[in-house]
Design a binder for this molecule. Structure first.
Ligand code: ADP
Length: 280
């Protein structure tokens, strides 16, 4: 039997799944375009959805919001380069003198009709993509090779994945044959008014400071000549706003939350810090 593990070998951190969604309050999500409407229809049709866009643009918040709104259980897998189909589908473990099969999060979602969110799917090992193929076409079934079983997906099962097209360098691209199994929603930085509203809602920061933070982000996002791998995300602005709201000096907050995470180049750091100091 391959991949048989002692139960003590299974470290919860390895999988990084987050089984959430009980009757908690709906998280705040500011719609940027028609994504809520599109997702509603995708759910009605159980069509897989790919959320694509740079980091920190609200993809995770969106799926959290949608699953709450639809009153669905969400199972999140943060994919990384070691995430394999075994992690998703399940494995045998040894418990005392017995060998017991444990369903992985994907199998649980397929059986119970949950929404599974494969965050950063392109990071996962290729066998993950192979494993989801039969779930993403007309078959809607999961093949568990170690059990020799095929499971029909629960009618409410839905698969959602995210993908950041920015930093994948060649080998981390998603193949067209995979991409075309999903409809895709593009996420990007919100317009200035919406982004300021997000900052105010997330942190209760005053409107004037929220506006200044957004202006700084817009300015830096337009400085394409800096060649930054990724630019200022809404997440970084939220962090800066939180620090300011709890009383950290504005310039310092912007430096540590906005400027420093973007680059390690000293000249660029200083240039950006000077620019921000003038604007905040
Ligand atoms: P991603 O999954 O795209 O990397 P997240 O969903 O984690 O990004 O977003 C990062 C943070 O930015 C969120 O925790 C939230 O505070 C904020 N945010 C971004 N976009 C929105 C939005 N449209 N509505 C509400 N909050 C948002």
């Amino acid at each position: 039997m391959n991949n048989t593990l002692e139960s003590s070998d299974i470290k919860p951190s390895k999988l990084k799944t987050e089984n959430q969604q009980t009757a908690t309050t709906i998280p705040f999500y500011k719609p940027i375009a028609k994504e809520v409407e599109v997702f509603d229809h995708a759910y009605k049709n159980k069509i897989q959805v790919l959320l694509k866009g740079p980091t920190g643009t609200g993809k995770t918040r969106f799926i959290d919001f949608m699953t709450h709104q639809l009153n669905k259980k969400l199972i999140t897998i943060s994919c990384h380069e070691e995430t394999s189909s075994t992690d998703l589908i399940g494995r045998y473990i040894i418990q005392g003198s017995e060998t017991v099969w444990i369903d992985g999060p994907l199998t649980q979602a397929v059986k119970t009709g949950a929404i599974i969110y494969l965050d950063e799917i392109a990071e996962a090992r290729p066998d993950v993509i192979v494993a989801i193929h039969s779930l993403t076409d007309h078959r809607k079934e999961l093949y568990i090779d170690k059990l020799g079983e095929t499971i029909k997906a629960h009618p409410d099962f839905m698969l959602v994945a995210s993908f950041n097209p920015g930093y994948q360098k060649g080998f981390k691209e998603l193949k067209p044959s995979t991409r075309q199994r999903f409809i895709a929603l593009a996420f990007n930085y919100p317009n200035e008014k919406d982004e300021a509203e997000i900052l105010s809602n997330e942190t209760q920061i005053d409107a004037a400071t929220a506006k200044k933070l957004v202006s700084i982000a817009t300015k830096i996002r337009n400085l394409t000549e800096l060649g930054l791998t990724e630019t200022v995300s809404t997440r970084l602005l939220v962090d800066a706003a939180k620090l300011i709201h709890t009383g950290l000096g504005k310039r310092l907050a912007v430096r540590v939350a906005v400027v420093e995470p973007l680059t390690d180049d000293l000249e660029i750091t200083e240039a950006l810090a000077d620019l921000c100091d003038l604007m905040i």
